[in-house]
Design a protein around this ligand. Structure first.
Ligand SMILES: [Zn+2]
Ligand SMILES: [Zn+2]
Length: 302
């Protein structure tokens, strides 16, 4: 099970009732946060999933609305008795910015390990797999995909047919080979066909791009920026490196995403719902994100 939440959905500045865009993912009790603008710790507190298990923070880019909440959040983690290291990931330039921000939160009871990511280099993170792709926003900016793989089903009848004692089953189930009566038994001999995992993509502060369609291919949930609702703002979207609702919906449709949550609304966009029909013309499963929205994604059983 993968729990997903949108603690905030705004772009540029936090507003009363709308915190800045971010995405929170919970897997096996561990928390993973994407983006941390001003006030994100308040949005997380409102959600109530806690702070202590937040061990990974992934930043899209170093505009203030995505990174300036970092020192406050790190202090909040310290106040929540976290002592384990916190991993920080983001585009080139992030570590210098984070180091500067740390100047106002210099003493922490845990280590902060910053890593700048290259596109398409998967990382094992928080029990899943994180991969980044270059966004198109006029400065180093990354979009992300987080995958939770699923092991194939164990087939006990095949293990019995091979005469394997039960104490070896778990090792094979985990995908590790064993040695039995002098020869190796591969997991593939007792496991079923590959099974679909779960995937979420987070694309913000970017123009649409073919490489981002590829990044989000087949995801269960695409969280995508729709800074502008109205088609009439298409030129502004190009100028500022953002998307309209329609462009986000076209990207979701091209990627074959299962659902789409729009986020990162311009402060001028007071009622995003008014423009939702423009997205649904292209991608019927489109929804307007709102602060505090959550979903629990489960593995499919056939
Ligand atoms: Zn932004
Ligand atoms: Zn930006």
């Amino acid at each position: 099970m993968l729990d997903v939440a949108l603690p905030g959905t705004g772009g540029m500045m936090p507003l009363p009732g709308r915190w800045l865009s971010c995405l929170l993912v919970r897997l096996g009790g561990e928390l993973l946060l994407f983006d941390c603008g001003e006030g994100t710790q308040v949005a997380l507190a409102a959600l109530g999933w806690g702070f202590r298990r937040l061990g990974t923070i992934v930043i899209s880019h170093c505009h203030a609305d995505h990174v300036s909440g970092l020192p406050g959040l790190l202090l909040r983690l310290a106040n929540s008795d976290r002592v384990e290291p916190v991993r920080l990931f983001g585009p080139p330039g992030l570590c210098a910015v984070a180091e500067g921000l740390r100047g106002i939160a210099p003493v922490l009871p845990f280590e902060v390990r910053c890593e700048e990511l290259a596109p398409r280099q998967p990382q094992a993170v928080a029990g899943g797999r994180l991969v980044a792709e270059l966004a198109d926003h006029g400065l180093p900016c990354l979009s992300y995909r987080f995958d939770v793989p699923r092991q194939p089903a164990f087939q006990p009848e095949r293990a019995r047919a091979l005469g394997l004692p039960v104490e070896h089953w778990q090792t094979l189930q985990r995908g590790e080979a064993i040695s039995w009566r002098g020869h190796a038994v591969e997991p593939s001999e007792v496991l079923g066909p590959p099974r679909r995992g779960l995937a979420v993509a987070y694309l913000t502060d970017t123009r649409p791009a073919a490489r981002l369609v590829e990044l989000a291919a087949g995801v269960d949930l695409l969280v995508c920026e729709g800074t502008y609702g109205d088609d009439a703002d298409a030129a502004k979207a190009v100028e500022h490196g953002h998307m309209t609702f329609r462009e986000a919906a076209e990207l979701a449709a091209a990627a074959g995403a299962r659902r789409l949550w729009l986020t990162h609304f311009s402060p001028a966009l007071q009622e995003p719902e008014r423009y939702l029909s423009l997205a649904r013309q292209v991608f019927p499963a489109a929804e307007v994100g709102n602060d505090g929205r959550t979903v629990a994604l489960s593995f499919e059983d056939r």
